[in-house]
Design a protein around this ligand. Structure first.
Ligand SMILES: Nc1nc2c(c(=O)[nH]1)N[C@H]1C(S)=C(S)[C@@H](COP(=O)(O)OP(=O)(O)OC[C@H]3O[C@@H](n4cnc5c(N)ncnc54)[C@H](O)[C@@H]3O)O[C@H]1N2
Ligand code: MOO
Length: 400
């Protein structure tokens, strides 16, 4: 019997991630390994930084008002009363005097500003000040960077390398982060072979396995379950293992309506098919299903739709499972440099790159991999457009 797909708006695929909840399981990770992990809780600072007023330059701590009126020709003379060492607690400055300070050392008590060394000169027991400073100039005030009790990173924030500096400066050795979701990856097709096998004209090397494993690496742990022939029994065995051991299943190939396209049936045996088929090019037969909180995505076999829908549908789902509050794909706008034609009624997703600040489309068929590898982003042609002319604004999705 010939099967037909019931096509849904691509908007439904983009919001597939909303059907799932974060997996509330954490692990403690050392500050050296935090990049890209998602904070499991609001992290509060236990002290203020800096802990005391600090000099932000090498120079002389003074009473700022005593520098007023100084200039190159009429320097103010202040008595050199000592040196504030970086490791020593604050010493005191008395009126009419100054204390030598280094960048990062505590500001001596009473002083309210630092004259940079370039604007002063030691002359015997005195220092000549050539330039006035304002109140608290060249000083980092206590708690100015962050205050005790303030939130350093929020629950659900993907920690970047700058955040890791903040957390390290606040004295954290480890941070609780969401455990990465575990993704079972399966490639299917009688013609698909692994890189270990010898190529022939009837065979195709598995590109989708490595594509998905590398694509999700930042967000999830990949478990490649291998290349499976178009056999319902073999597929079911892999699904059984995946359901037991993983949080998500990404399978490629066999999503269409051919006789050997079993994926829909297998998903139905293990859970439910939510959508099969979208008004989109490429990747019309994209299959989205689930079993409880386990997302199951059946990507069309061609690597190009796998790349696109992994970026726009698969990765957002993994970010959501992994606790990230900011899970939608990054998009931007730009001006088209060449016209693009499309078929109304479906969203077209086209590879593109930027040249002279214009968006240039790279026209390619679903079967092409090489152009996608060179592209910089995906251009979205909405379903209500037949043509978009050069000079018009378009939306672009950035590759993750
Ligand atoms: N009668 C219809 N035929 C097709 C339709 C349709 O609606 N009616 N849709 C077409 C579209 S659009 C797409 S996309 C493909 C998707 O088909 P499948 O998901 O069933 O994928 P396969 O047939 O298994 O493979 C398609 C193509 O991709 C190659 N492939 C598969 N897996 C891999 C891999 N791991 N690495 C590299 N290349 C892979 C495979 O050899 C095929 O050439 O269906 C259309 N047909
Ligand atoms: O949607 Mo398919 O990827 O066009 O060939």
């Amino acid at each position: 019997m010939i099967k037909f797909l019931k096509l849904s708006s691509y908007q439904k695929a983009l919001s597939f991630c909303e059907l799932f909840l974060p997996i509330e399981v954490y692990e403690e990770i050392n500050v050296f390994e935090l990049n890209n992990r998602v904070s499991f809780e609001d992290v509060f600072s236990k002290f203020s930084l800096p802990m005391s007023n600090r000099s932000s330059v090498d120079g002389f701590a003074v009473f700022s008002e005593e520098t007023f009126g100084s200039s190159e020709n009429t320097p103010v003379l202040l008595k050199l009363q000592g040196e504030q060492k970086v490791n020593d607690p604050p010493i005191e400055v008395k009126k009419g005097g100054c204390v030598r300070v280094a960048t990062g050392s505590s500001l001596p008590d009473n002083s309210d500003g630092v004259v940079m060394i370039e604007n002063a000169k030691i002359s015997g027991d005195f220092v000549e000040i050539y330039k006035p400073i304002s109140y608290f100039e060249n000083v980092l005030k206590k708690g100015e960077d962050f205050k005790e009790g303030s939130v350093l990173v929020n629950k659900g924030k993907r920690i970047n390398f700058r955040d890791s500096a903040l957390l390290a400066a606040a004295g954290f050795e480890t941070i609780k982060v969401y455990r990465k979701p575990r993704v079972a990856i399966i490639s299917t097709g009688d013609e698909i072979i692994s890189y270990k096998e010898k190529i022939s004209v009837t065979k195709i090397y598995d590109a989708n396995g490595p594509l998905i494993a590398n694509g999700i690496g930042k967000y999830a742990e990949a478990f490649f379950l291998g290349v499976v022939k178009d056999s319902k029994k073999d597929l079911e065995e892999k699904f059984e293992y995946a359901i037991e051991n993983c949080d998500c299943i990404f399978i490629s190939g066999g999503s269409s309506v051919g006789e050997r396209d079993y994926i829909e049936e297998v998903i139905k045996n293990f859970g439910e098919v939510i959508y099969h088929g979208f008004l989109v090019k490429p990747g019309k037969p994209l299959l989205l299903g689930k079993r409880n909180n386990i997302p199951i995505i059946g990507f069309p076999g061609h690597p190009l739709p796998v790349m696109i829908h992994l970026n726009l549908v698969g990765i957002p789902v993994l970010k959501k499972l992994g606790g990230d509050k900011n899970y939608y794909p990054k998009s931007n706008k730009g001006i088209l440099g060449d016209p693009v034609f499309s078929i109304p009624g479906r969203v077209d997703l086209i590879m593109g790159y930027r040249k002279d600040n214009l968006i240039i489309p790279l026209l390619s068929k679903s079967d092409y991999i090489s152009l996608a590898a060179k592209s910089e982003f995906i251009i979205k042609i909405p379903e209500d457009r037949e043509i978009i002319l050069e000079g018009e604004e378009v939306e672009i999705y950035l590759w993750d």
